[in-house]
Write a protein that binds this ligand. Structure first.
Ligand code: ATP
Ligand code: MG
Ligand code: FE
Length: 333
């Protein structure tokens, strides 16, 4: 089984060839970060144009690096949501063109299911499962009773975790995306500011990060007005400690209620070193019967390999699309 996969939901154009759902033959990623940096975030119009410019090159490179031709392919998988509509349409159109021209089945893949399946490259999946999905646009706890049956137990009511990192990063003068730099700074400082941990003790699996973001911004502005010295390492550490505390505490409580074989950590923010360490420790002490599977660092961000891995499972479940497949920007799991 060879799946050609396309991903273009946000600011990465990516094409991959995946063998049997878990072996990466190629995974070409063209990132547009440098084009969006000066705007402090992704500009949709700019993003679509980049995807159009990059998708054919990525496709050719992916086939070449995998050393396969169109005749070798079993099916074509593509992200059709959630994401930016203009960006999604580029991948969807490219995938449809290849599928139509070469008479291949077309597999529609949810981007967030893709993030979960990034973890498939480090371990086989056993069910039931839980996933902590933390990314630029989403923060969700997902219960997966059986293969490809996703149930959202809780989610953010305002900002996503990655979005919060990017917003507070901007206040500290860190260019988009700020997550990695804040994560690095956090390890040089201490939690001296004690920012709020919203909804931590509430009896649900939802999150809220906008209060934390405001508290952070107020702290910085007030200090600036008083000409007080601010320690960016302590600020980063305090912010990260608050985010990690809430994420870890809620997931551990979800596991109390829904015992599972595996806990999957995935999405762009899953690259966070503080979060990875904390979940490892918490699982060991609180839920030793559950195995933590962290998406590989290189596959936490957007890529087509994860779409191919999810697409393989969707294909086995006969989830296929026709040539009228459209982008669905607000698609839910
Ligand atoms: P979504 O997947 O919800 O549609 P997206 O695809 O834009 O959104 P991803 O590419 O999955 O998001 O993740 C990008 C986010 O991950 C950015 O907000 C970035 O700051 C954050 N991020 C990356 N590395 C780290 C890190 N080490 N610590 C915290 N956040 C990080
Ligand atoms: Mg991105
Ligand atoms: Fe993503």
């Amino acid at each position: 089984n060879l799946i050609l996969a396309f991903e273009s939901s946000c600011d990465e154009t990516s094409v991959a060839v995946i063998e049997d759902g878990h072996k990466i033959l190629s995974n070409i990623i063209a990132t547009q970060i440098d084009s969006h940096k000066r705007f402090g975030g992704v500009v949709p119009e700019v993003a679509s144009r980049h995807h159009i410019e990059q998708v054919t090159r990525c496709l050719n490179e992916a086939l070449e690096e995998a050393n396969v031709t169109y005749d070798d392919l079993t099916a074509v998988a593509v992200t059709y949501g959630p994401g930016l509509v203009g960006s999604l349409l580029v991948g969807v159109t490219a995938a449809k063109a290849v599928a139509w021209a070469h008479q291949l089945p077309l597999i529609p893949v949810n981007h967030m299911a893709g993030h979960i399946y990034a973890a498939r490259f480090v371990s086989e999946f056993h069910f039931p499962q839980m996933a902590l999905l933390v990314s630029g646009g989403h923060t969700e706890i997902v219960y997966i009773e059986d293969e490809y049956h996703f149930q959202i137990l809780g989610e953010t009511r305002d900002d996503a975790a990655g979005e919060a990192y990017d917003k507070i990063g901007r206040v500290l003068g860190v260019t988009y995306p700020a997550g990695k730099v804040i994560d690095d700074w956090a390890h040089e400082g201490n939690d001296t500011y004690h920012f709020p941990r919203a909804m931590e003790k509430e009896n649900n699996f939802d999150f809220s990060f906008s209060g934390l973001k405001s508290a952070f911004i107020n702290t910085v502005h007030n200090a600036e007005q008083r000409d007080d010295e601010l320690n960016k390492y302590d600020l980063a550490s305090s912010f990260q400690q608050s985010v990690v505390d809430v994420l870890a505490e809620k997931v551990m409580r979800a596991l109390d209620q829904y015992p599972v074989d595996q806990l999957i950590l995935a999405g762009g923010v899953a690259a966070n070193a503080g979060l990875r360490d904390r979940l490892e420790r918490d699982i060991e002490t609180l839920h030793p019967q559950t195995t933590l599977i962290k998406a590989p660092l290189k596959l936490c961000g957007d890529n087509a390999a994860m779409i191919g891995a999810a697409g393989y499972v969707a294909y086995n479940h006969h989830i296929l699309a026709d040539m009228d497949l459209n982008a669905v920007p607000g698609l839910e799991l």
